[in-house]
Write a protein that binds this ligand. Sequence first.
Ligand SMILES: Cc1cc2nc3c(=O)[nH]c(=O)nc-3n(C[C@H](O)[C@H](O)[C@H](O)COP(=O)(O)O)c2cc1C
Length: 183
Amino acid sequence: MSKIVAIVSSPRKQSNSADIVDKMIEVAKANGNEVQRFSMNDLEKFMGCQACMACKKSGKCVRKDDIAPIIDAIFQADSVILSTPDYFGQPCAQYRLLEDRMYSFIGPNFVPFIEAGKKVAVVVTCASGVDGAVQISKNITGVMTNFFKFESVGEIVYSELQNGPAKDNEQVMAEAAEMASKL
Ligand SMILES: Cc1cc2nc3c(=O)[nH]c(=O)nc-3n(C[C@H](O)[C@H](O)[C@H](O)COP(=O)(O)O)c2cc1C
């Protein structure tokens, strides 16, 4: 049994990235894993990283807001599922807030406090800008593997203009199920 944290960053009610992540959660739970799902857009009290560097001494982010429990959950998890829509060739702001707060996972000289070998799966959705979304996905995976020593189990990049709503697309749902089985 693995502890998995799933991050949904999209603000949309009908969200392709959320539907792909939710398929992964369904499969991961059916495989006997414990999954915690967080929706970044539902948070009320939060700030971006203040670059205070307190984490470089303690290994913990000292800000006590709605992002703090998510950072703690990722720190303790075996695997994470990270998702974001492509907004102008970047992850959405809701995702970036979380990503910067993960700076607390690394100590002075970029040596990680967080245990190496956790698994990461990345989901990025876009309208038609697949090249940009692929780059976002690679960047997110790169941060997790290079800085925090996670192991990538795969990436899904999904264009809604090319493929329609994700929840109705059997191929992407099958890809999501397969990726979830590797967590
Ligand atoms: C502010 C904003 C910027 C966007 N920029 C792009 C973009 O540069 N390229 C693209 O292909 N789609 C862009 N989109 C479209 C979304 O990426 C697309 O609708 C995606 O499916 C949303 O994912 P979601 O359904 O998980 O929210 C943008 C949407 C918004 C709201």
